[in-house]
Design a protein around this ligand. Structure first.
Ligand code: IPM
Ligand code: MG
Length: 352
């Protein structure tokens, strides 16, 4: 296979984890005889500083022309505490999602046996938890009409039928491939938009008779996720709820640095960690590269390259078992490995 990959390292720890993702990708391509070419492009605060736009047209063109995008992270503290800033790094990520039509964000929540103790939840609760959060990514409050002045501000949570139908279809199809259990998470007791989601899910459910479909309010789902995470198989939800619930989901795995995601839709798919740019750690070589590396596994799997994905997952498991871990998941008293060293260990594993 020939792969053209757009690499968007972005801000903060982004460039450090992107480098490890690329190393792993190259090692896998070499091993399996794939040809890979990378094209780097600007985004986020880095792009604002250099060209005044968090998702420049040139970056869009590069993404559009690529087979897949390997994205790292955007965000910079100099924008966080300035609510009046006209342009923000996050707008770059949102523009990318919108322009590439990436309406389906697949965020797997999984556990690693050797890291169960890192979850703030009891090991017996999280052991074996394994679900997918399918987050709608190009609609809702993130993109609805907005207004802000000194005395009033609003964001509109709008969804149309086709937007809801296409994401639910993705959800039902994943459920069919998994344990055939779909939970729609909404706030239909309060929000009109949620009632439309629920109505459409009820219309579609009979077409998937093997799937057990249930409906849960988001407040209840937030509780259920930590009370009984094994309840879930495939969870489908709107943009904002999915954003919030997947950060909560990272507590099940034990570290934000472990969760990859795939954003798919109408154009080039994007593979990215669910975590942010962690600016405080920038340049310190302490960020966990595993979410990025597992995003590369999801990239191969997207193209049907199962063995390639499986080898990356095996290498990641082996690194954790060998205690080759970044500081936040390091065993007490163990040797501390940096971002680069964890990546290199995984590359060596793949090469051997
Ligand atoms: C995520 C992030 C983004 C989001 C931010 C950086 C805009 O939190 O991918 O979950 O809210 O979608
Ligand atoms: Mg988020």
């Amino acid at each position: 296979m020939k792969l053209n990959i757009a690499v968007l390292p972005g801000d903060g720890i982004g460039p450090e984890i992107a480098a490890q993702g690329v190393e792993v990708m190259s090692a896998v391509c070499k091993k399996f005889g794939h040809e890979v070419r990378y094209e780097y492009a600007l985004c986020g605060a880095d792009a604002i500083d250099k060209v005044g736009d968090p998702f420049p047209e040139e970056t869009y063109e590069i993404c559009k022309g690529a087979d897949a995008v390997l994205f790292s992270a955007v965000g910079d503290p100099k924008f966080d505490n300035d609510p009046t800033a006209k342009v923000r790094p996050e707008q770059g990520l949102l523009a990318m999602r919108k322009k590439l039509g990436l309406f389906a964000n697949i965020r797997p929540v999984q556990t690693f046996k050797c890291l169960l103790h890192k979850s703030p939840l009891r090991a017996d609760l999280v052991d074996g938890a394994d679900f997918l959060c399918i987050r709608e990514l190009t609609g809702g409050m993130y993109f609805g009409e907005k207004y802000q002045d000194n005395d009033k501000a609003y964001d509109t949570n709008m969804y149309t039928r086709p937007e809801i139908e296409r994401i639910l279809k993705v959800g039902f199809e994943y459920a069919m491939k998994r344990k055939k259990h779909l939970t729609l998470v909404d706030k239909a007791n309060v929000l009109a938009s949620s009632r439309l989601w629920r109505q459409i899910a009820q219309e579609m459910a009979p077409s998937y008779p093997e799937v057990q479909t249930d409906y849960m309010y988001v407040d209840n789902a937030a509780m259920r996720m930590i009370q009984e995470p094994k309840f879930f198989d495939v969870m489908v939800t709107e943009n904002t709820f999915g954003d919030i619930l997947t950060d909560e989901g990272s507590c099940i795995s034990g570290s934000m640095g472990l969760l990859p995601s795939a954003s798919t839709g109408e154009s080039t798919p994007v593979f990215e960690p669910i975590h942010g740019s962690w600016p405080q750690a920038k340049g310190l070589n302490i960020a966990n590269p595993l979410a990025q590396i597992l995003s590369v596994a999801m990239l191969f799997e997207y193209f049907g390259c199962k063995a390639e994905g499986a080898l990356i997952r095996e290498a990641v498991d082996a690194s954790l078992d060998a205690n080759v871990r970044t500081p936040e998941i390091q065993m007490e008293g163990g040797v501390k490995y940096g971002t680069k060293e964890v990546g290199t260990w995984i590359v060596n594993y793949i090469n051997n």
